[in-house]
Design a protein around this ligand. Structure first.
Ligand code: HEM
Length: 527
């Protein structure tokens, strides 16, 4: 079928006209779209930027904030270098969330002490909501009545000098078992062993004996294997950056369903493990003894508080969960760092030995004579300064809008205090990268590690004030006794063929630990 030239010309003209109109329409629509997007973008930037006098920081983009710029690994060193660029208080937007980072002594004093109540809450996220059943615990609950009650109930059985007095003999027993095992194995003298393993069992036993009057027989004890598996899986799931997208960008949260279900299953399994193996057993013992029952471990006190109606059964389990998270790994990491620094500094080992033998003669180191050993204490402080186990503290949060350093801190901001930088900033410390305990007998002789009173905010490994670590009461003497025990029994060395132990660190959101588990050789000292 053919078309006449007139018809063809007419059709072409119509097509051209339609095409022209369509292009124009598309062009106008595209322009409108571009203009709308630009306006939205400018508005978003104005909205996200410093219109309300929030602390300085990189310019955020809509939806993602600064997340794509700064990435997931916001460890203490990354945050210290951002502080050098943006100042001692700066803000990052992570999706819709505000993160405020504090890196100077005066501002740390404001957050932790002067405005301790305003900044005394904890932020949670989608995963921590699951692991704490929305704040049924103490460590991650907001600042308020529930927190106060939980902290009061935990204090008497766990965080007093009386506790130290009651349990220091048991701590020593557990330390002696490690010494005995190290001495009995001649391989330790040359090949050495991965020190984390026996120390972890020792710390578990110290804490489980304090909590439940119960201990694990060995690293092969099935209950020990299960406890460590559940705790490390909890740590892995909670501290992973895998779930950031659903936490920072609310409309992506539905995609986290699988991850959150895994967390729920683990939480239930873990709480059931504590309940069946420990709490129920203690309840039975308490019931059997009736009025004659002598409270012999922390959980008895806590069950009593529950029986009086002060807290729920669920709260009891969360107290146990908190101690598992807060007490064991922190102290263990400090022990491991201390051991490694001592191996790499044999003269420090010798100085501790000399001090102990001069001051105490034949007597043993105990919590009550530690104050007579300033050099040993300096070693503990130097370990906690250079190798601070919780370099950003546990995150703080302001429930309401607050002021800090002249800036407005939006309500419910996550506030991190970079205590690693406070203890390692070359402007405030002489050669901070050196492990030199002597600094605490020389230029830093008045600096103590404390959580209240006359605090030097450059050295606050346990935080300060309301949310500071109540475990300092037990952690400090345990560390002192542990170091004394090792150096008085062994000369600690790198394994054969090595000059020094690798001190490369790995920093996560909650912890700073030694990247490659250290192998240490132990040469017994003949007395
Ligand atoms: C070297 C060992 C330890 C270090 C470095 C350490 C450090 C810390 C830090 C930095 C905080 C948060 C402070 C803040 O956010 O301002 C904290 C909180 C806490 N620590 Fe420790 N800790 C250690 C050992 C322990 C031990 C042995 C226990 C228990 C026996 C314990 C129980 C707690 C609890 C329950 C909290 C939460 C306090 C609250 O939120 O009110 N810690 N710890």
């Amino acid at each position: 079928m053919g078309h006449s030239p007139t018809k063809l010309a007419f059709l072409s003209l119509v097509s051209l006209l339609v095409l022209g109109l369509l292009t124009k329409f598309l062009f106008i629509s595209l322009n409108i779209l571009l203009i709308t997007l630009s306006i939205a973008f400018v508005f978003a930037i104005i909205l996200f930027s410093n219109s309300s006098n929030t602390p300085p920081g990189p310019l955020p983009i809509p939806i993602f904030g600064n997340w794509l710029q700064v990435g997931n690994d916001l460890n203490h060193r990354v945050l210290a270098s951002l502080a050098q660029k943006y100042g001692s208080v700066f803000r990052l937007k992570l999706g819709y969330k505000n993160l405020v980072v504090v890196s100077d002594v005066e501002l740390a004093r404001q957050v932790l002490h002067a405005q301790g109540a305003e900044f005394g809450s904890r932020p949670r996220n989608v995963v921590f909501d699951v692991f704490t059943s929305n704040g049924q615990d103490m460590v991650f609950t907001i600042y308020g009545e529930h927190w106060r009650k939980m902290r009061r109930i935990m204090t008497q059985p766990l965080f007093t000098n009386n506790v130290v007095h009651t349990y220091s003999g048991m701590w020593e027993e557990e330390m002696d078992l490690v010494v005995r095992d190290l001495k009995n194995n001649s391989k330790m003298r040359s090949e050495g062993l991965v020190i984390r393993k026996p120390l972890q069992l020792m710390m578990y036993n110290i804490m489980y004996r304090m909590m439940f009057d119960s201990k694990f027989e060995s690293q092969d004890d099935p209950l020990y294997i299960e406890a460590t598996r559940l705790n490390s899986e909890r740590m892995r799931l909670a501290q992973s950056s895998e779930y950031n997208y659903g936490d920072f960008i609310p409309f992506l949260k539905p995609f986290l369903r699988g991850y959150l279900n895994k967390c729920k299953e683990l939480r239930n399994e873990r709480l059931a493990f504590f309940n069946i193996n420990y709490v129920e057993k203690r309840r039975k013992i308490m019931e059997a003894n009736g009025d004659e029952h002598k409270t012999s471990c922390a959980i008895d006190h806590i069950i009593n508080a529950q029986l009086k109606g002060e807290i729920s059964e669920e709260n009891v389990l969360y107290i146990i969960e908190n101690i598992n998270v807060a007490a064991i790994q922190t102290t263990l990491r400090s022990m491991e760092w201390a051991t490694v620094e001592l191996v790499n500094h044999p003269t420090v080992q010798q100085k501790i030995r000399d001090e102990i033998s001069t001051v105490l003669k034949e007597m043993k180191v105990t919590p009550s004579n530690l104050h007579e050993l300033p050099y040993l204490q300096a070693v503990v402080k130097e370990t906690l300064r250079l190798r601070i186990p919780v370099p950003l503290l546990v995150p703080h949060m302001n429930l309401k809008e607050a002021k800090l350093g002249g800036y407005t801190i939006p309500k419910e901001s996550k506030v991190l205090v970079n205590v690693w930088w406070l203890g390692n900033n070359p402007a405030w410390w002489e050669n901070p990268e050196e492990f030199r305990p002597e600094r605490f007998l020389q230029e830093e002789s008045s600096t103590e590690v404390t959580v209240g009173g006359n605090v030097d905010f450059r050295l606050i490994p346990f935080g300060v004030g309301r949310r500071s670590c109540p475990g300092i009461v037990v952690a400090m003497p345990i560390l002192g006794m542990f170091i004394a025990k090792l150096v008085t029994n062994f000369e600690m060395k790198p394994p054969n063929g090595m000059e020094k132990i690798d001190v490369q660190e790995k920093g996560g959101p909650f912890s700073l630990y030694i990247a490659n588990p250290s192998t240490v050789a132990f040469e017994p000292i003949s007395v």
